[in-house]
Design a protein around this ligand. Sequence first.
Ligand code: NAP
Length: 330
Amino acid sequence: MRIFVAGATGAIGRRLVPMLVNAGHSVVGMTRSPGKASALRATGAEPVVVDALDALAVQAAVRQARPEVVVHQLTALPAMLDFRKIEQQFAMTNRLRTEGTDHLLAAALDVGARRFVAQSYAGWPYARTGGPVKTEEDALDARPPAALRATLKAIGHLETAVTGASGIEGIVLRYGGFYGPGNYIGMGGAAVGQIRQRRVPIVGHGTGIWSFIHIDDAARATRAAIERGEQGIYNIVDDDPARVSAWLSVLASILGAKPPRRVPVWLARFLIGEQGVMFMTQARGASNAKAKRELGWQPVWASWRKGFVRELGENRPAVDRGAERVASVA
Ligand SMILES: NC(=O)c1ccc[n+]([C@@H]2O[C@H](COP(=O)([O-])OP(=O)(O)OC[C@H]3O[C@@H](n4cnc5c(N)ncnc54)[C@H](OP(=O)(O)O)[C@@H]3O)[C@@H](O)[C@H]2O)c1
């Protein structure tokens, strides 16, 4: 198939594009940076340099590519999330999820593409009521903390525009928290450094539930959705939604760090804001049953417990340990 990937150089794009090329697809990869074009070409993709917020340029690039499938993996997240500044940190990502989605979707419809696959997020956007693990049928949070309202609205815009589009199969992939190469939780990742320094505490009883996904499992699920997904929403998460108190303690131990500090909720409100407290104490996890059933996909790393050890443990493959030395020197 001919596939246009917007966000080809991002955390997931870097893993997805070579996977698609190796599977025999013809890939056009979009970036803003001329400097990243040669790296894209080296993976076997045809690079195109376009700003996703420039509607006419997006339309021209998609017209030239004539893809059967358009993939939207655009975000603009910082090297490390600061829960207190989440509103500012998500501002550009919100534009990519609203204006960026509209431009790409219009361009895909314009060329008669048959499928559109877009990135969303599983986890804290789900309503903080009812059970700990949510399916795609469950409601999103109607009353998120103030600092998350714009972000949730942008996610809602993307999901409604994509799944409601007519004349194209619109697919939304709600990924869990990424880990693995090039991610916050990965070699040289910012979260790893912070956890080593005991700067990520367990808030209250650490009752928030997080769903993770290895970045390569996310890429494999995305390939499945590109090839055989059907209109609608899929949670792309592993089999093991976990309380913050569990995964944070296990990760600290894998990293050889001291156990995470504990901070009461009242103090955490000052340190990380209402939204940070929500992530750490009220967030919900997600179920991957639909993706397994309908995409014929299942995660190689069924639990973050093994995946974190594979990526960050003492006995990870030697090639990875070399890469970490490079990351710590850079
Ligand atoms: N579910 C999750 O947990 C999740 C999801 C996404 C990201 N993250 C995290 O966020 C961090 C950064 O993610 P990332 O590496 O994907 O980086 P990113 O900086 O968010 O980039 C994502 C992609 O969007 C493209 N892009 C951004 N703005 C654009 C624009 N105006 N026009 C065209 N393209 C644009 C970038 O292209 P160029 O820079 O080449 O122009 C890049 O290919 C990672 O630690 C990752 O784990 C987590």
